[in-house]
Design a protein around this ligand. Structure first.
Ligand code: BES
Ligand code: ZN
Ligand code: ZN
Length: 525
């Protein structure tokens, strides 16, 4: 039996202690494999529809419902104008013809169906299943029959869609309506298949990591500050049996982390740097993870004039790498992973750092502060320097770094920059994992903009063009020679302003699936 305990922050947090004000969240539904022959025992049966070349068509797996309804499912759906479009959700009562009272037909969108059966796109399935689970209110048990039940990748996508779609953040809602969903059954050819069962366990681990990341982003900055965030990271990591080191402000000063200290200086809560290591026997590679942990970004003395309310999400990179190193351990991946996570609040006060200040970083290099709102790269420079002291083979850094990412790629496509081969490999793995990530260049010509008249480098050029790429060039300065690395800018993707697919409004847990797919690949698949 699969464990149904949720590892979300809420579940890890006793009210009034670590992150006060939170109560326990609703647990993830149980996942099970069932065959299409026995009783379906559910309140809803979910099938897929597609917008094929000849209009509405049933996706593989829908035959079950169709047969029970006397072959009239397609006609019934056409009668209510179903088109198989993405995000379309049509309910058909089964009038006692099936032991499930309602069939939900969910649109999977346009598909290539030239030679017979439609080819299902995994991310469309993930989203479709996610939107069903996210929007249903009364069902306790749901059975999903999408695909012919023999493709493990499709089973995995269904499971992930269901678990991600069941996420809700309702801790501050009086009269919250917790989801009634307790069990999700996936129709497969052979429910006893060991590989399929392992697929479900893996999907659950991944979804728990994504959901924990969402919680961390959703918790307001009045509760999640550098100190409580570091405490949380320590607790989670220790519970997973990993080694943890938390550098407080004294240790940061002794270690020469001038970027982290300066950015955190204006806050009532001091900065931290958390280091978590998962070290399995005989690792196939050594990987460093680095994530930006700005618990709130006011902009500092260069106070923000736009999007400030979204800036509780400015620790989305930190949350993603903390969740990922823990999930890597739960998945027992044969790679050594060390997460280095700088945490600070970019606040306004008499002790804030200023434009024109010169900071001295971990390795003695100096940075002129041209703009206190370009704070992420300052704490990341220190963290990258520290991470490279361990001489990793690969380094994955992720951050809600620039508004330029939103300008260039929009709200839901992350930019990836870095060593070209590794960059393209990560972009490819992201596509398979179902995340939209696009490779971007680090044009050498833009580097000159970072030259400073007073220090070794400035944190912001005078020219604003290509600001996502310039930020990547800044970070590149602090990655050691010989380390294969990527920078993933998730400024937009880490936060959704409206619900869609498997995402609720708020934190999305962006890039966790890509990081885990990359770690799995580096572990040898
Ligand atoms: N945290 C922001 C980037 C950001 C913007 C994240 C929008 C999520 C949504 C970052 O610290 C920042 O403020 N970047 C500025 C820098 C500015 C001084 C040029 C930017 O890129 O706009
Ligand atoms: Zn900023
Ligand atoms: Zn920021």
């Amino acid at each position: 039996m699969l464990a149904s305990r949720s590892h979300t922050v809420a579940a890890m947090t006793k009210p009034g202690t670590l992150l006060s004000g939170l109560t326990e969240g609703s647990p993830l539904p149980q996942l099970a494999l069932v065959s299409g022959t026995g009783s379906l025992g559910a309140d809803l049966l979910v099938v897929g529809t597609v917008a094929g070349s000849g209009g509405l068509a049933l996706a593989p797996g829908a035959g079950l419902a169709d047969t029970a309804l006397g072959g009239r499912l397609l006609a019934a759906l056409r009668a209510v104008d179903a088109g198989g479009r993405t995000d379309e959700l049509v309910k058909i009562p089964t009038l006692g013809l099936l032991d499930v009272p309602v069939v939900v037909a969910v649109g999977l969108g346009k598909v290539a169906d030239g030679d017979g059966l439609p080819a299902l796109d995994l991310e469309s399935v993930r989203r479709a299943v996610g939107s069903v689970v996210r929007t249903i209110s009364s069902a306790r048990r749901v059975t999903i029959a999408i695909g012919d039940g023999t493709d493990p990748a499709l089973v995995s996508a269904i499971a992930e869609g269901a678990l991600l779609g069941s996420y809700r953040f309702q801790h501050y809602k009086s009269g919250a309506t917790p989801s009634k969903l307790r069990r999700v059954q996936i129709v497969v050819a052979d429910p006893a298949d060991r590989a399929a069962r392992a697929t479900l366990r893996r999907a659950r681990t991944i979804a728990e990591a994504v959901n924990a990341t969402r919680d961390l982003v959703n918790i307001p900055a009045s509760v999640l500050n550098p100190v409580t965030f570091a405490d949380y990271a320590r607790r989670r990591a220790e519970a997973a049996g990993l080694s943890v080191e938390v550098l407080d402000e004294r240790k940061l000063a002794r270690g020469g982390f001038g970027g982290v200290l300066a950015v955190g200086a204006g806050s009532a809560t001091p900065p931290r740097m958390v280091r978590i290591t998962y070290s399995p026997p005989r690792p196939r590679a050594r990987v460093a993870l680095v994530g930006k942990g700005i618990t709130f970004d006011t902009g500092g003395l260069n106070l923000k004039v736009a999007m400030m309310a979204q800036m509780k999400s400015d620790m989305g990179g930190a949350a993603a790498v903390i969740s990922s190193v823990i999930a890597a351990a739960q998945l027992r991946l044969p790679v050594e992973v060390t997460a280095t996570v700088p945490m600070a609040e970019n606040a306004v006060s008499g002790s804030s750092y200023r434009p024109s200040d010169v900071l001295t970083l971990r390795d003695g290099r100096t940075v002129e502060v041209d703009d206190t709102d370009a704070e992420g790269r300052l704490i990341l420079a220190d963290a990258l320097l520290r991470a490279c002291e361990d001489v990793p083979d690969f380094l994955i850094e992720t951050s809600t770094l620039t508004g330029g990412q939103l300008v260039a790629l929009g709200p839901s496509t992350s930019g990836v920059m870095g060593s070209e081969d590794f960059r393209d490999r990560v972009a490819g793995l992201a596509a398979v994992a179902g995340e939209s990530v696009w490779a971007m260049p680090l044009p050498p010509a833009l580097r000159a903009g970072l030259d400073s008249p007073v220090a070794d480098i400035t944190n912001l050029p005078k020219e604003r063009w290509g600001s996502m790429l310039v930020a990547g060039l800044f970070l590149a300065e602090f990655v050691a020679e010989g380390v294969e690395w990527v920078h993933l800018d998730i400024a937009g993707p880490s936060f959704a302003n409206s619900a869609s697919g498997y995402n609720a409004r708020g934190g999305t847990g962006a890039i966790v699936r890509t990081i885990l797919a990359t770690l799995t690949d580096l572990a040898g698949g």
